[in-house]
Ligand binder design. Sequence first.
Ligand code: FES
Length: 258
Amino acid sequence: MNEREKNFPALLERLTPECQRIIAQYEQGRSALLPIMHLFQEHEGYVSAEAMNAAAEMLSLTPAEVEATVSFYTLLYRRPVGKYMLQVCRGLACSINGAEDIMAYFRERLGIGHVQTTDDGVFSYEEVECLAACDRASCMQVNLDFVYSLTPHAIDEMLASIRSGTYSTPPMAQIEAPGRTWAISQESEIAGGKRSSGAVGVPQPNNAGGVGDRSGIIMLDHIINHDVEFFTKTSERAVVDSRAVVEVAQEEGSHARH
Ligand code: FES
C-alpha cells in the first residue's frame, strides 16, 4: 500500500460532509456522481480507484457504473497527471482556425504527444473534441480554465509563466508522480474482463464509430459485402486484411461514378 492509499481513509472522512451536502442538492443520488468525482480529483489530482469505490458506496451504484461514467469524460483522469493539464481543441471551428499548427507547436515545445505527461510531471497534454467555445477558436483549457485565440507567442508566454510559477491558473493537486501517459490501454481493460459488445472477434477493439478505426472497417465490410442482416445479427467478424475492404469500396465507388 502506497502513501496515498494509506492516507485515503482520512481524506474520505474529511470529504464525506461535503459529499453529503452535494448529494442533498439532487433529487436522485446518482446525479451527484460527477461533482463528487471532481471533488476527489481536486484533492488527489486524479480519480483514484478508492475514490470511485467510495462514490459507488455513497450513491448505491456499482463500481462498474461509476467507472463507466468517469471513463466517458476527458475532464476526469483515472491515472495521475501533470500539475497543468493542457487540453487543446481539435474540433472543426478550431481546426479551421489553425488548431493543427497550434497542436504541432505544443507538441514541439513540450516534447510530448497526445495524452502524455512531461518527465518533470508539470505538463500533461491532450487534444480534445469541441470545447463549446467555437466563436473564440482556436481555444484550449488549462486546468479547465479557457484560453482563447491561441498563437505561438501566447503559448510561449503561457508555458514560461507556468514554469516560473506566475500563471494565473493554479496547479492541480499531485499526490502521486504521474507516468508517461494517463491513458488506460484497452488490453488491460479487456484483461480485467471488460469488453464492448461490438467488439466480438476483434482482438484489439478501438473506440467504435470512426470509419478510420477497426470497428469502422468492419462496419464497412458488412455494408459492402451485403452478407449480414445488419440490424438482426449482432456478432461481428474481424476483417483480417482491411486493405481488401478499402479496395472493394474504391472499386464500387468508381463503378457508381461511371
Ligand atoms: S471546435 Fe473548438 S471549441 Fe468548438
